[in-house]
Design a protein around this ligand. Structure first.
Ligand code: UD1
Ligand code: MG
Length: 478
């Protein structure tokens, strides 16, 4: 049996170098706040509870985290003043007072840590049998980082850059800021940390020397890219690019074609089936699920939507909370808003907007239409320019079209209204009453043809031109 695991994620920092009104950990990377990534990793490992330590803009940070993890076992802790990383972890003590086991400590501004690395840390901790294990990394330029000091190969302490004498500054191995600590040791040891150092801060890293006095300190080495934090917006963009490449590579290895991965944005949590092809400049976000053999055309944006196997999405199509069945054809330039639900083989063409609209198998709306609050049967043809007039200024109303209905071009369906199975609606009709099944509805002003009218008009115009430019009279000058 594995030991119980809890996590503390430090999210209290201000992030001065972001030059932002918004707390640093809330700045987004591929659609999610920076701190959502370490929180996800902690939750994936089964940590319970997970304690985000908040401080700067505590309320906003807490609200955002709760919104992202509505069902997660979170307990928030408040660090009032930023007195150092040890003080930050200590402020989580009361949230974890009844917890016994291992505490994973992560920084909220380090988004790229991989689950595998944390699992390796856990394995190293099991092996060492000590009270603390840590992740180290070797950046090209170690300036500013805490150095991992070893004696006879064993970790004995961490010395912060500002406190390190020149010979220790030569050490390349740095502290990544990721730890696994036994709770039986953690809280007692934290109480003994003092702020007598170059920065006058309570250093979490002082735990390492105390742990080394009790037994071996476990360590694993991680790539610097994984442990790099975000301090300004240049680093924010760099981390986002690395994450994008990591996610896109994963999908390509799973059998998804990305024509130009450098311009494809797929958020973590999106699922894509094999043999699906994704054109440049596509964004897939939220809990989007794309099936197999789907084509997603250039510039399309799919958010929190599902698209079943074999569907073709032509360029510049936007889906939001929509469900699309198998072998549909969408776009170019279709907009599927929340509550759109398409059965198989539905076609929606250019400039067709749907909202809370269900379309049955094989139904088509190929050009210029608005279908809102609509229940549409199968085999329905919706002509160009058709509009459901679903809103009366106060309430929304339903339009129902039965199976096999034919709606002529430029029809307005004034809801609530029903068109029965197999009925036809003539082009240009304003449908205000229900149409019985199998009937034709037409509402048009009878057409009048005035023969010779154009010739007569031209003659009148020629005559008034001969008379010279007309002077403005009193009536028209008013
Ligand atoms: C820390 C480590 C250093 C390591 C480096 C890796 C310490 C003393 N040093 O240094 O060994 O190489 O990270 O990036 O831990 N925070 C709070 N409350 C505080 C102080 C910090 O929540 O009172 C949060 C910050 O918002 C940040 C994290 O803790 O997310 C790290 O703090 P930071 O001040 O950046 O520590 P470093 O000096 O980088
Ligand atoms: Mg830092």
């Amino acid at each position: 049996m594995t030991a119980p695991l809890a996590a503390v994620v430090l999210c209290a920092g201000k992030g001065t170098r972001m030059k932002s009104e918004k707390a640093k950990v809330l700045h987004p990377i591929l659609g999610k706040p920076i701190c959502a990534y370490p929180l996800m990793r902690a939750l994936e490992l089964g940590s319970s509870p997970v304690v985000p330590v908040v401080g700067h803009q505590a309320e906003e940070v807490e609200r955002s985290i709760r919104a992202h993890f509505p069902t997660a076992p979170l307990r928030f802790a408040l660090q009032k003043d930023q007195r150092g990383t040890a003080d930050a972890v200590r402020s989580a003590e009361s949230a974890l007072k009844d917890f016994k086991g291992r505490v994973l400590i992560l920084y909220g501004d380090v988004p790229l840590v991989r689950r595998e690395t944390l699992e390796a840390l856990s394995a190293a901790h099991d092996k060492s049998g000590g009270v603390l294990s840590l992740v180290s990394t070797s950046p090209a330029d170690p300036t500013g980082y805490g150095r991992v000091i070893r004696e006879m190969g064993k970790v004995v302490r961490i010395v912060e850059h500002k406190d390190a004498p020149p010979e220790q500054r030569q050490v390349r191995e740095c502290n990544a800021g990721i730890y696994l600590v036994e709770s039986s040791f953690l809280w007692k040891a934290l109480a003994n940390i003092r702020s007598t150092n170059a920065q006058g801060e309570f250093y979490l890293t002082d735990l390492v020397e105390m742990a080394a006095a009790q037994g071996p300190v476990g360590s694993i080495d991680a790539e610097f890219g994984e442990t790099a934090g975000v301090n300004d917006r240049v680093e924010l963009a760099a981390r986002a690019k690395e994450l994008q490449a990591r996610i896109n590579t994963w999908h390509m290895r799973n059998g998804v074609t990305l024509t130009d991965p450098s311009t494809t944005y797929i958020e973590e949590g999106v699922a894509i089936g094999s043999d699906t092809e994704i054109a440049p400049m596509v964004t897939l976000s939220g809990a989007t699920v794309v099936g197999r053999n789907v084509t997603v055309g250039q510039g399309s944006v799919l958010h929190a939507s599902s698209v079943a196997d074999g569907t073709t999405i032509k360029p510049y199509t936007v889906l939001e909370e929509a469900r699309v069945g198998e072998r549909c054809i969408l776009g170019p330039f279709s907009r599927l808003r929340p509550g759109t639900d398409l059965a198989e083989e539905v076609h929606l063409g250019n400039f067709v907007e749907t909202k809370k609209a269900r379309l049955g198998r094989g139904s088509k709306a190929n050009h210029l239409a608005y279908l809102g609050d609509a229940k549409i049967g199968s085999g329905v043809n919706v002509g160009a320019g058709t509009i459901t007039c679903n809103y009366d200024g106060v309430n929304k109303h339903l339009t129902e079209l039965g199976d096999g209905v034919f709606i002529g071009s430029d029809t307005q369906l004034v809801a609530p209204v029903k068109v029965g199975d197999g009925a036809y609606v003539g082009a240009g009709t304003t449908v205000t009453k229900d149409v019985p099944p199998g009937s034709l509805a037409v509402s048009r002003t009878p057409q009048v043809n005035m023969e010779g009218w154009v010739e007569r008009k031209k003659a009148r115009m020629a005559k008034s031109a001969e008379a010279g430019p007309s002077k403005p009279d009193k009536a028209s000058a008013g």
